[in-house]
Design a protein around this ligand. Structure first.
Ligand code: SF4
Length: 407
């Protein structure tokens, strides 16, 4: 202890600190480890001091505070995890200088249209009965749209116009999603429009709607996402087997199994291992009656959250934006454009350019910048910067806690 009766406590700049109520979470974004203190008023008070912006992660601790056993343990914990340390004020009369890194929004650097990273064309809507079973799927992940109303087709000229507006983007992913698109006579047109760009092109197709023989072969920068739905019939199983054989040498082809209950997960797992599918994934489908399945299979636990070990950039991005949606637009066959299809319409391509609509979302939209700290109950939760960004499932159901932490 120094002669002045105090020491400076300095928190490392790669530590992320959150205080909620009387609880404290410190997360080391380099070491990916954490310290958690619940209902320890002394610790809460110190960390509150540290995170006041003008204090810059530096707090003055008095001799009395430093003799408190809880504070002694806190300092020892910080040292053990390389999260912070005490500085003797004899080294410097003034508060030690510390850099507290702050997230930088790309919006301050790039024009907004340059921030577009993904455009999804929903090239048609369909009233096919098998799609009706999954009529909410397109609100949860990229999937063909079911429509009760007359089916719509996106004019190829609309795709051409958007492509011309995106020409100058450094890099983007372009998704094409729809019923039967691979066998649509206009498909060659879509491919050619983007054929000379460096954009990644991904075609999203329900396996049920493939037509034998499978003539589509992914070219350079092309990917295929196939979706397997339940209940499977023999035709779909045959198509799956054929697709697995046909695309075995194409790493850009992925197989997604849309599951609504545990036995579908088991069945899909058997298919994946039985057929030796390398690029397989599950897409849980929320049908309005299977929230228990989501609780069992999808909801995050405390160990899932810590186990995800987000790095510094991920934590910063969660403070600034929604990484699931940021820079992404979805276009419907009638030209309607959304930043997230569960949020209000941004506008229509008949009266706005892509850049104008991206600018509208950037300035006043709610999807790209939706953070957990803005929604209930996450805003009260210690894990708001460790949890993955708000998902479309949550936006669709207006329930922002697909977790076992806060109910
Ligand atoms: S309440 Fe929100 S921030 Fe907290 S754990 Fe659940 S989802 Fe994550």
């Amino acid at each position: 202890m120094d002669k002045n009766g105090f020491s400076w406590l300095v928190l490392e700049p790669f530590v992320h600190a959150v205080v909620r109520d009387n609880n404290v979470l410190l997360y080391n974004t380099l070491g990916k480890n954490h310290l958690l203190y619940r209902q320890e008023a002394e610790i809460t008070q110190i960390v509150r001091q540290l995170i006041i912006p003008e204090n810059g992660y530096v707090a003055k601790l008095t001799t009395v505070e430093l003799e408190n056993p809880r504070v002694v343990r806190f300092i020892a914990d910080l040292r053990k995890k390389f999260m912070g340390d005490l500085f003797d004020p004899q080294w410097s009369d003034s508060r030690p200088f510390n850099i507290v890194p702050l997230p930088i929004l790309k919006g301050g650097i790039l024009p907004v249209e340059q921030q577009l990273v993904e455009v999804t064309f929903q090239v048609n809507t369909s009233d096919l009965p098998d799609l009706k079973t999954y009529k909410e799927a397109s609100r949860q992940f990229t999937f063909p749209v079911f429509a009760d109303s007359p089916c719509q087709e996106m004019p190829v000229d609309m795709i051409r116009s958007v492509a011309a507006q995106m020409e100058t983007l450094p890099f983007a992913t372009v998704n094409f999603c729809g019923t039967g698109i691979l066998d649509d006579p206009r498909f060659g047109g879509y491919r050619r429009i983007f054929g000379k760009t460096s954009f990644r092109r991904k075609y999203h197709v329900n396996l049920r709607h493939l037509i034998i023989p499978l003539t589509f072969i992914p070219g350079k920068n092309e990917h295929l996402a196939l979706y397997f739905t339940f209940p499977p019939d023999q035709q779909q199983l045959d198509l799956l087997q054929l697709a697995v054989q046909s695309y075995a040498k194409h790493p850009g082809v992925e197989f997604n199994f849309i599951v609504q209950e545990s036995r579908e997960v088991d069945y899909a797992s058997e298919l994946i291992s039985g057929l030796g599918i390398k690029h397989a994934g599950f897409k849980p489908y929320l049908n309005g009656e299977n929230i228990r399945f989501f609780e069992d299979q999808v909801f995050m636990s405390e160990s899932d959250i810590y186990g995800s070990k987000p790095g510094r950039n991920e934590v910063f991005s969660r403070i600034s934006m929604n990484q699931n949606d940021y820079g992404k637009l979805t276009i419907f066959p009638n030209g309607d454009v959304y930043a997230n299809v569960n949020d209000p319409l941004l506008g229509n391509l008949a009266s706005h350019t892509v850049a104008e609509l991206a600018g509208r979302e950037h300035e006043t939209g709610i999807s790209w910048k939706r953070r957990r700290m803005d929604v209930e109950p996450c805003s009260h939760c210690l894990y708001q910067f460790l949890c993955p960004p708000v998902s479309s499932y949550e936006i669709m159901t207006r329930r922002f806690n697909f977790c076992h932490i806060l109910r």
